[in-house]
Write a protein that binds this ligand. Structure first.
Ligand code: ADP
Ligand code: MG
Length: 388
């Protein structure tokens, strides 16, 4: 195990990097972040930041020179940069795993080859491929293979003509056309796999998205049976082992109306749907990421409290007429079950992830009601048709 005081390196200084840095520092490590933006959410809390592009060779060499182990907080870090770092240092997850997760075409191919089902889809490399896609894929979703997140880089397409128009809008980049599925609900699981192959899986959570962005995670969820949770964990474990993955991995799933389970996508890092683990589990997903880097034993993923996590998007800073106003944090903090996490972003923008609130307690039904009250107080529209 690395001695406390050792430097751990991090590619990316967003909120996931910020929460990693806090967890790593809690264990006594120092954190060096590489991110072109200054300030960034992580720069406020890390020990030091290298302000440079992710493919800057001098910065990469400086990171590897100082840090005994290096990780990433986002999947779009150039895989070549991770390979360069890996020439001299332990990098987890490995460039090969990140390269698969950052490319939807490779990701779907890999998951299917591991024996796990994904949504029916067709690979679109050129406009002609859209004409060869099956009729059963419409209505569908056209997703750019790379660089999409939070619903960006994808369009709902009712028919082939709309798909052609969307392909133009995406800039004719390699994409996948996926059938638009009738979802019953969505779930995800975060797991941590150490360098020696030991795996810890966190409890399976239900996710509610709005406009392609995560809005709410609840764990436990009345919709997630024990049998479903077992299937989800088994599929995620199969993928992690097939990748020979080292680090924290999140696997997102669709549950269809007929209860069929499909993998949507994987994230080679801690995930927004795992933020509840900070306040509701013995050891969080960020703690696990730090422990893996430090070659320390993995902590316990045991969930000691029920949790409902609400994402705070920049929209709630905007009042009618477009005026900017700070949301009523004192009102949130007056709720004893509420844990407020703000990421220190200077500028609120619509749809930008600014923070989250996790409500923790014993009774998931009561927490769900409380979450609605807190959301109402912030002007967040609560989803209807959901019983607890
Ligand atoms: N094929 C689909 N059918 C129905 N809903 C979908 C489909 N693909 C995506 N979605 C919805 O959009 C959300 C975001 O899509 P996803 O592929 O996970 O992209 P991102 O990388 O932006 O998270 C999903 O969580 C789901 O709610
Ligand atoms: Mg997603």
């Amino acid at each position: 195990m690395l001695a406390p005081g050792s430097w751990l390196g991090l590619m990316g200084g967003g909120q996931l990097g910020r929460m990693f840095a806090i967890a790593a520092q809690t264990l006594g490590y120092r954190v060096l972040v590489l991110d072109p933006d200054d300030p960034s959410p992580a720069s406020a809390v890390c020990d030091e930041q290298l302000i440079a592009n992710y493919d800057d060779p001098l910065a990469l060499d400086a990171l590897a020179g100082r840090c005994l182990a290096i990780t990433t907080e986002f999947e779009n870090v150039p895989a070549q940069s991770l390979s360069r770092l890996a020439a001299t240092r332990e990098v987890s997850p490995a460039a090969a795993s990140v390269a698969i997760a950052q490319d939807r075409i490779a990701e779907k191919r890999f998951i299917r080859a591991s024996g796990i089902d994904v949504a029916p889809h067709h690979v679109i490399e050129a406009a002609g491929d859209l004409d060869r896609a099956g009729d059963d894929l419409f209505p569908g979703v056209l997703k750019a293979s790379r660089l999409g997140y939070d619903g960006k880089g994808q369009y709902r397409v009712g028919d082939r003509a709309a798909a052609h128009a969307a392909f133009e809008r995406l800039g004719r980049v390699p994409s996948v056309l996926e059938r638009q599925l009738a979802l019953k609900f969505e779930v995800s699981v975060v797991l941590a796999r150490a360098l020696d192959g030991t795996i810890v899986t966190y409890p399976v959570a239900e996710n509610i998205h709005r406009q392609g962005i995560l809005l709410i995670t609840r764990c436990p969820s009345p919709r997630v049976s024990e049998a479903l949770a077992r299937k989800v964990c088994a599929a995620a474990t199969t993928i992690a082992c097939a990748l020979d993955y080292h680090g924290v991995l999140c696997v997102e799933f669709f549950v269809l109306q007929n209860d069929e389970l499909l993998v949507n996508e994987i994230a080679p890092r801690p995930h927004n749907s795992g933020h509840f683990t900070i306040d509701a589990c013995v050891s969080s997903q960020f703690d696990a990421q730090a422990r893996i880097l430090a070659r320390a034993p993995l902590g316990s993923a045991h969930q000691h409290s029920a949790a409902v996590m609400i994402n705070l998007l920049g929209d709630i800073w905007f009042r009618e007429g477009g005026a900017l106003a700070e949301p009523d944090w004192a009102g949130v903090l007056a709720v004893p079950e509420a844990k407020l996490h703000l990421y220190g972003k200077r500028e609120a923008r619509p749809q930008r992830k600014m923070g989250h609130i996790t409500l923790v307690g014993e009774d998931p039904v009561a927490l769900w009601q409380l979450a609605k009250t807190v959301a109402d107080s912030l002007g967040i529209d609560w989803p209807d048709n959901r019983s607890c």
